[in-house]
Design a protein around this ligand. Sequence first.
Ligand code: 5AD
Ligand code: SF4
Length: 363
Amino acid sequence: MIDKILNKEKLNFSDIEFLLNLTDELEINKLLQRAYEIKEKYIGKKAYYRGLIEISNICDKNCYYCGIRKGANIKRYTIVEEEILEMAKWAYKNNYASITLQAGEITGASYTKKIANIIRKIKELSNGELGITLSLGEQSYETYKEWFLAGAHRYLLRIETSDKDLYKTLHPNDDLHSFDNRIKCLKSLKDVGYQVGTGVMVGLPNQTVKNLVNDILFFEKHDIDMLGMGPYVVANDTPTAKYVLENGLNGQKEINERFILALKFIATCRLYLKDVNIAASTAMEALAPKGRERALLSGANILMPVLTKQEYKKNYQLYDNKTTLFDETKEFIDPFKDKVEEIGEKVGFGEWGDSPHFNNRKK
Ligand code: 5AD
Ligand code: SF4
């Protein structure tokens, strides 16, 4: 059964469901290996870096699962432009080729201008060479356009879950947290011309395997270029965490299951979508040692080393994640090179590593 499904050109709903439901270790390994083969075929034995700069932890939203939500009692910071440019220059000098600017969600005319200026300056300091991905939440079509014209070319906006009812259980019920607006934003990003990334959290409370199958079909329907996915991780003092802990859903057994489900999910996305970029997210590392390498071996091809300095990073805890509470860039200029080579791959230094799916869809 499993071999037949793994060799199918196009999986259907029940095939995907079957793969996500696998429990036998040997069968799971078959799935992960097959996904790696597909990645090798479409992308090669290469992993690309996106240096992650978390420019501010100020957020107007109150997503129930997130550690930097508006209601969270944390120290807020915004990195000044000069220092952001310094980090971008560091990434450029070290041949990273691409960076990602991420922040909590804020909107407004002066914010739009400020970010556009930063994008332009990063382009200038790198002779136009540094690729810029943005992860700055829901904005208007005009703002997306202004940032695109300033030089950003990829945008990440996770749908978190494609199930509208589940989405509602994870967010306050108001206009600021509208599922429909998020879909509208994904469409705007595409219309503006970005390579568009989305993704979901895996193992959310009350999420079913059928929900996850629908997530994968959602990625297909929206012709997504890039995926960033990881397991749900408990974030201290948040409503979702409270629910999870009260219902005994965060024991070691549940954590391991969530991690394996995330690996199966990444692999199945690779199997089904084939030519998209898939990130081995930091959340993978939060639940299991070598989580990111294991994601690379299951079909992911993007790594996002955190360039944010330690003094800020400690206040950018979307979830409880002690393992990455060190400055990856301080210890090694190249935090993952050894790890990537250990599994027989190379880092695509100096290359943008655009999503082949994007190039194919432009043809
Ligand atoms: N666990 C896992 N991922 C989380 N994110 C936010 N909170 C959590 C959490 N507790 C993810 C969301 C968001 C991204 C920036 O971080 O998917 O889109
Ligand atoms: Fe803000 Fe994003 Fe966290 Fe929601 S997930 S509270 S938008 S930083």
